[in-house]
Design a protein around this ligand. Structure first.
Ligand code: GLU
Length: 307
């Protein structure tokens, strides 16, 4: 029986897979770390499927990801949140920002952005602000020049250009805050907006996720500030890498539960590898063995080399 969301204790951790392919050992390990830190701190644990781009979602992938998470022993509270069903919430948040004059239309293609000269003080990689202050006549012209099926993207008029966040594993991190996309030119709501809106909606106050998302965090914190939402605690977990030190990927061989099963490795054996990688007792094949073992401190030991 699922616990109704209204009966959950305050505070939650979460895991939020994007259904782009099967989860590999590194993804599963991050999910386990998120689960242990939430449960050990008395938080509930929520699940969300980041299927914003429903048109591109491959059928059955999210279901397999959820089945794999359950197979390694994760449990979660309340209903699963599916981002594809939450456009109304993202539109409401964009409206709230627009009411504060913090949203503008952007007509730039990726190429135009890459080729645009950087504004003198903007950090490398930041949106150069091409469409920030266009006169209305120019907006009209560029709007009518958009190709079929395109709408103007919506961008945030950011009010700072960098921000320092505190992460329990990484310490203080200062990163770019630029005019992030809120809605893309194909009408799909952007990840950075959705994640902030959804974490607040699910009562998430502890975000444990891969280190690859650290650089997006200042943008998300700025969005939360402008929307009047609380900041969660952040724990960015070092990634799993292959023997060459590159981020673990499908090409590295048997790295998903399905691949491992094919070569005769049981799910229990896969769990044991994850448990050992997180500092649990050798040979323990239940994630319960990690209760009290995984901490922000223990996660500082660097990447997990999956060889
Ligand atoms: N869905 C994102 C991913 O799989 C993670 C989002 C998050 O944890 O904030 O990369």
């Amino acid at each position: 029986m699922e616990t109704p969301a209204s009966l959950l204790p305050p505070g939650a951790g979460r895991y939020a897979p994007s259904p782009s392919g099967d989860l590999h050992l590194g993804n599963l390990r991050t999910a386990v770390a998120a689960w242990v830190l939430a449960r050990d701190s008395g938080r509930s644990f929520r699940m969300r499927v980041d299927d914003l781009d429903a048109a591109r979602a491959r059928p059955g992938v999210a279901e397999r990801q959820l089945a794999d998470l359950a197979a390694i022993g994760l449990d979660w509270d309340g209903e699963i949140m599916w981002q594809s069903a939450r456009s109304h919430a993202y539109a409401a948040a964009a409206d709230q920002l627009a009411d504060q004059s913090l949203v503008y239309e952007c007509y730039c293609s990726r190429r135009e952005i890459a080729e645009a000269p950087q504004a003198p003080h903007s950090p490398p990689g930041a949106y150069p602000g091409t469409c920030r202050d266009l006169p209305e006549a120019e907006r009209e012209r560029r709007r009518s020049a958009l190709g079929p099926g395109r709408v103007p993207a919506l961008r945030l008029r950011a009010t700072v250009d960098e921000l320092t966040i505190t992460d329990l594993v990484q310490g203080h991190y200062t990163g770019i805050v630029d005019d992030v996309v809120l809605r893309r030119g194909d009408g799909v709501w952007a990840y950075n907006l959705a994640v902030v809106v959804d974490d607040a909606e699910q009562g998430v106050d502890q975000v444990v996720r891969g280190e690859d998302l650290l650089s997006s965090t200042p943008r998300q914190v700025h969005l939360a500030d402008l929307l009047g939402l609380p900041h969660p605690q952040y724990v960015h977990v070092p990634l799993a890498v292959n023997a060459a030190g590159q981020r673990l990927a499908k090409r590295d061989g048997a790295v998903t539960l399905a691949d491992l099963a094919q070569e005769g490795t049981t799910t229990r054996a896969a769990i044991a590898r994850i448990v050992a990688s997180l500092g649990g007792p050798e040979g323990a094949d239940s994630i319960e063995a990690l209760r009290g073992v995984v901490t922000a401190e223990s996660l500082r030991s660097g990447p997990w080399v999956v060889a």
